[in-house]
Write a protein that binds this ligand. Structure first.
Ligand code: C2E
Ligand code: MG
Ligand code: MG
Length: 680
């Protein structure tokens, strides 16, 4: 099959039908022809077809709108800048010709047309404009990157001794304009910037500027802080004029040139590094480059380059931070947080690498690595016969939008034989907001598999209370920092947190508040009915081994606490008619209950046998015994352990057993039993 060669399009503007026809005859083999019978029609056609028109052949004398009036309008359109115009003259008026040249007309042909000559002229201007076009951006008519870099070099060489700044200008949220309002509106914004740059250029002796790509412009101008401010403000003000609803912002990254021999592309890089620091911030729209930015970039590069090896060598380690059930006061599960144990740099905190990995997608891999590690750990605990509480892992934005996420998670839990309810998934609130319906679909599929979902960092983004009801999640995580931002703990923030927790409760969504650091915070959270807390107040994120010890310790405490529940029984003991009292008296061993408080020990109650055997009437003996008891009991209390002691009484050996029955503040209740050791 033969390939059709694309023909260039020529616009012929002439009112005489015969001339248009004859021109079409001559040119139609080589070009597509558009025809307009006057200047106005030609302008309308340009509005539609400007992108494909390569030359305009323009008659001067026409009804409705003549050639000169057309040119006047035409040259005001930046976007037509690259289209050459050839004017057909009858040579009767030199003034017209001069005007045409002022308007930027490329060439003239005499009427009546000489077809051969016209063909040559058209070909010439097309070739020439092609050459120029590579130097000019078709939308704005500004220099393109390469030409701009040359011009900057030239200017700096010319203006030796002057101080210059290289400014990179970009438009925040430009993509949004293109997406929501269409490319034409986007182009309008670009052209507005270009026109403003042209205006500003008139103010300075030295000023070169260009559109480098998409929404990125650059300029190089004599450096003074004021100049940069004027530039940024003018651009911003004019953007507002396009449409004040667009809510777009220009940000300027500035490199004040210190090394004039540096490649211009490197100057650009520095301005870009600076620009990155103001992107996304609402107020600040000018940022200056400083040397530390290069350091940050190097650090970022290091973090990226090192990742493969770090994963291979398992330098990333799971740390666990317990969550506490505020109702029972007991730990309930933990969050897995990554730590990077670098062989030479030591421990690196997530803040140093997670944001970098989020920016370039590497986080997807790191997440999965962490999920595996956590599943392996859960498997180990299950194999050891422990009954582990759920561990939550973070699922970054990249993974939420990964179409294979559900499959990947399913594969991992199957491989390690982990019940899905043991692996909770924390998804950050902002990920929910970006594409709600897609995230909710994923969440639904994860629920179907049995996973529990926590919405992480609630309140940090732009979600409102209202969205909560549409989010089918199982837990809400709220960062305490959220309160700090509201400044006063006793002010608004407290109220907001209260209503968030209440609303969540109403939706049967338990809240976990993280970043809890003080006792007051804990009291407040308990008071508003928050279910779980996580924070340094309870425990910092810790290595797995430490976490295992922590859990073991907590288990032990729990047992102790259940001992304290004996307090009820002690209450019963004071009541001589209670069944416990009767049982106590009927026991076949001497038993006494002592209270230990402020270093004093006091007998509260003893049974009949005790009184008989131990003879509490004998004060001397009792004193001795109390001294002994005190020593032992104190030791026992420090370790909270039961203890034994052997004593001699009435020439008999007794083994004294003491057991802490309960404790309230600084008072311990101790049960002491005397068992006779039979002589062999
Ligand atoms: P996050 O998921 O919101 O985790 C909570 C962060 O708060 C942790 O920081 C934790 O150490 C810190 N934190 C806990 N209690 C307190 C407290 O009382 N006070 C203060 N000031 N901070 C507290 P960390 O470990 O530095 O992690 C920071 C963030 O990095 C995490 O925020 C999470 O977004 C991300 N991250 C950490 N590990 C992973 C991971 O394995 N995968 C992914 N995708 N992200 C992770
Ligand atoms: Mg988290
Ligand atoms: Mg969080």
């Amino acid at each position: 099959m033969m390939m059709m060669e694309r023909k260039n399009t020529i616009l012929i503007v002439d009112d005489e039908e015969i001339i248009k026809k004859s021109l079409e005859e001559v040119l139609k083999d080589e070009y597509n022809i558009l025809q307009a019978e006057n200047g106005q029609v030609a302008l309308d056609m340009l509005a539609k077809h400007a992108k494909k028109i390569v030359v305009i052949v323009l008659d001067m004398v026409m009804p409705v709108m003549d050639g000169l009036t057309f040119l006047e309008d035409f040259r005001n359109h930046q976007e037509y800048n690259n289209i050459p115009v050839i004017v057909a003259t009858s040579n009767e008026d030199e003034g017209v010709e001069q005007k045409c040249l002022e308007y930027g007309v490329w060439d003239f042909v005499m009427k009546p047309y000489n077809p051969i000559l016209l063909q040559f002229r058209i070909k010439n201007v097309i070739d020439k404009s092609r050459m120029l076009m590579s130097e000019r951006d078709p939308v704005t008519g500004l220099y393109t990157k390469l030409k701009f870099y040359q011009k900057v070099r030239q200017m700096l060489a010319e203006a030796v001794g002057q101080k210059f700044a290289f400014v990179r200008i970009d438009i925040d949220r430009f993509k949004m304009i293109n997406n929501f309002y269409g490319v034409q509106e986007g182009d309008k914004v670009l052209i507005t910037i270009a026109q403003e740059l042209i205006k500003i250029s008139a103010v300075f002796d030295y000023f070169v500027y260009a559109r480098l790509e998409n929404d990125v412009f650059a300029c190089c101008l004599p450096y003074e802080e004021e100049n940069i401010e004027i530039l940024a403000n003018d651009l911003q003000l004019n953007l507002k004029k396009v449409n004040k609803d667009y809510n777009i912002k220009v940000s300027c990254g500035v490199y004040v040139i210190s090394d004039y021999n540096m490649d211009v592309s490197e100057m650009y890089d520095r301005a870009y590094l600076a620009a990155k620091t103001c992107k996304g911030k609402f107020v600040q729209n000018i940022a200056y480059y400083d040397e530390s930015m290069i350091e940050d970039m190097r650090q970022e590069q290091f973090v990226i380059n090192a990742v493969n090896k770090a994963i291979e060598e398992e330098q990333f380690v799971v740390y666990l931070q317990p969550k506490i059930n505020l109702v029972t006061g007991k730990p309930y599960g933990a969050e897995a947080l990554v730590r990077w144990m670098h062989p030479t740099k030591g421990m690196i905190a997530p803040a140093e690498f997670i944001p970098v990995y989020e920016r370039n997608g590497i986080i997807g891999r790191l997440d999965q690595y962490m999920w595996r590690k956590v599943c392996a750990l859960l498997r180990k605990w299950l194999d050891e016969g422990k009954n582990p509480d759920p561990i939550s892992v973070n699922v970054s934005r990249v993974n939420i939008y990964n179409p294979h996420l559900v499959k990947i998670l399913n594969k991992i839990i199957t491989e390690y034989r982990i019940p899905p309810q043991l692996l909770n998934l924390e998804i950050t609130e902002s990920a929910f907001m970006e594409d709600q319906s897609l995230v909710m679909k994923t969440v639904k599929r994860l629920h179907d598999l049995g996973f529990k979902i926590m919405m992480d960092d609630f309140g940090s983004g732009y979600s409102s209370l209202n969205v909560l009801k549409d989010m089918d999640v199982d837990y809400l995580k709220i960062d305490m920092k959220f309160l700090e931002e509201e400044k006063t703990f006793n002010g608004k923030g407290e109220k907001v947190l209260t209503s968030v927790v209440r609303m969540a409760k109403w939706l049967q969504l338990p809240s976990i508040v993280e970043g809890v650091e003080t006792e007051e915070q804990v009291d407040f959270l308990k008071c508003i009915g928050c279910e779980y807390a996580q924070g340094f107040y309870y425990a910092k994120p810790m290595p797995v081994v430490e976490y295992e010890m922590y859990i073991a310790r907590e288990k032990k405490k729990e047992e102790q606490i259940s001992k304290n529940e004996n307090a009820d029984m002690i209450g019963e003991l004071w009541n001589t008619r209670s069944s416990v009292s009767i049982l106590f008296d009927a026991l076949d061993v001497p038993i006494a209950i002592y209270e230990y408080r402020n270093d004093k020990i006091e007998l509260l109650r003893s049974n009949n046998l005790y009184e008989e055997y131990i003879n509490i009437e004998n004060e001397e003996l009792m004193k001795q015994e109390i001294v002994e008891l005190k020593k032992k009991i104190k030791r026992a209390l420090v370790g909270n352990l039961d203890y034994e002691l052997e004593i001699e009484r009435f020439k008999k050996q007794y083994c004294v057993l003491a057991k802490v029955l309960g404790q309230r503040e600084n008072t311990w209740i101790i049960m002491v039993t005397y068992l006779e050791i039979l002589n062999k």
